[in-house]
Design a protein. Sequence first.
Length: 158
Amino acid sequence: MIQNAPYEQFVKSIAKSGVEILVQLTPLQASMIHMAIGVSGEAGELLDAIKKHAIYQKQLDLENVKEEAGDILFYLTGLLNDLGLTLNECLEANVDKLSRRYPERRYTNEAAIARADKASATDNHQIKTLELVEDDDLAEVVIEKVCQLNEPDCESCQ
């Protein structure tokens, strides 16, 4: 028999308590959690409808799919409202991201793996470093040091 008590104690010792979460929770955070859980729950219901069709070979219940998709949009829009974002802003950002990732406007495995829409790890830590350092000469030195720490084999810093 496997003894789980040490792991259970480990988890108990580092997990944030419900009381601490509740005390720190703002009304906005509570609303965001409610909306995000709603999106997740409704996505699970949509997935179940598709599973029944694809795995159990049942007829696809389009009315249920439409209902669940509407519920997802409800919760998603509520979350975006909480964040001060619009559906249109998110759609535009998605089109921009996918247009960079798939410049030929067609999915390929190679383009999906290359992720042209994502900055490299080096670019990311250079951007973060530049935000913290105002002196340009100092910024170059700091970027080089940060790059060497994060990516010792980085060709741009050698």
